[in-house]
Design a protein around this ligand. Structure first.
Ligand SMILES: [Zn+2]
Length: 220
């Protein structure tokens, strides 16, 4: 088998992060999230990192082209020889087309879409609370959410502006606009599998594993 390149799609709050971490570990491939690559490039001060830093400091959005170049660079790192699990990339049709060119014949093997109804992700995101000191994530109903105090570091546990209703609606609309067309892109190539992401995380993981296995992509 060639390189195992997987793409995980799903709205914010669909549980992509949890599933991506588990899958990457099971499959021994790196979990590649756009946020992580951007932060790593800035931290390491690579030429692309300096470019990203300048863009972000100017208040602009990082362009598709810059993200594509960062991903291309990430794919040349030794741990990506076996493959990679993308989470948050591609985010637009433009990026999906660039990834296809980047990978050539040894392309994306499967795109998993975590389907979760808008009402459920909205409920999940509105219930999210974050420690503003250490970044620990809680739910509004957790003791930390109720008391407003982090059990790890004692810091204040708050609701981020991003997780308030208007901001959630805006993020979901952006997802529909930019990312939903990717479903057709991968469906047309016979690479799309939709998984019901509204179930318990273990059940979702089992469904994804079954889809990989069916396609001969599971690794022992
Ligand atoms: Zn904390």
């Amino acid at each position: 088998m060639g390189r195992l390149i997987l793409v995980l799609l799903g709205k914010q709050g669909a549980g992509k992060g949890t599933q991506a971490t588990r899958l990457a570990q099971t499959l021994s491939i790196p979990h590649v999230s756009t946020g992580d690559i951007l932060r790593a490039a800035i931290r390491e001060g690579t030429p692309l990192g300096l470019e990203v830093k300048a863009v972000l400091e100017s208040g602009a959005l990082v362009s598709d082209d810059l993200v594509n170049r960062l991903v291309a660079e990430r794919l040349t790192q030794p741990d990506a020889v076996r493959g990679a699990l993308f989470d948050g990339y591609p985010r637009t049709l433009n990026q999906a087309e660039a990834l296809e060119v980047m990978l050539g014949d040894d392309g994306v093997k499967l795109c998993v879409d975590l389907e979760v109804p808008v009402e459920l992700v909205t409920a999940r995101l509105s219930a999210r609370r974050v420690c503003s000191n250490c970044g620990a994530i809680y739910r509004a109903s957790d003791p930390e959410g109720v008391s407003g105090r982090c059990s790890t570091c004692g810091g204040p546990v708050v609701q981020r502006a991003d997780d308030q209703p208007a901001a959630i609606a805006e993020r979901l609309a952006a997802y529909e606009r930019d990312t939903a067309p990717l479903l057709d892109f991968y469906r047309d190539r016979g690479l799309l599998v939709s998984v019901d992401g509204a179930r318990a995380p273990d059940e979702v993981t089992a469904s994804i594993a079954a889809a990989l296995s069916t396609r001969g992509l599971a690794r022992s």
